[in-house]
Write a protein that binds this ligand. Structure first.
Ligand SMILES: [Zn+2]
Length: 134
């Protein structure tokens, strides 16, 4: 197993961030345009058996994607996208291709949200005031 520190945007939870490993340097988010210091990013340690951070992040999102491929969910999700006007094609191959794009993106967003909740929880723990001494 390897342990990596995954870093996420403190504003939107996105993993699409830019930073340098140097302390006190600037970091920014490609998703919400947040800018700040590297130290403000959410750090989440992960133990895993995947190669590199990208592999881990992709594998995490891919697993959510596989959960979403559940027949009942997939059909309901496509109906939902059609009903709200996100998918307008009636041609099956195009409809499936469009749905697949939304599914991948939604899976990535769910994965990011899960990690952001974890990061927030970690941060709350760190920021909790120490219990007063008796
Ligand atoms: Zn962001």
């Amino acid at each position: 197993m390897m342990t990596e520190i995954m870093r996420y945007c403190p504003t939107c939870g996105s993993a699409h961030i830019q930073f340098s490993e140097l302390v006190g340097t600037e970091a920014s988010c490609n998703t919400c345009n947040w800018k700040g210091l590297k130290e403000e990013l959410y750090d989440v340690p992960f133990s895993h058996s995947f190669r590199g951070k990208e592999g881990l992040s992709d594998e995490f999102a891919n697993e959510v994607r596989r959960l979403m491929e559940n027949q009942d969910f997939a059909v309901s999700f496509i109906k939902f996208l059609v009903r709200w006007g996100f998918i307008t094609s009636t041609e099956k191959a195009t409809l499936v291709a469009e749905a697949a794009k939304y599914m991948s993106s939604a899976a990535r967003a769910i994965a990011n949200a899960v990690v952001a909740v974890r990061a927030n929880t970690e941060k709350e723990k760190v920021n909790e005031p120490a219990a007063p001494r008796q």
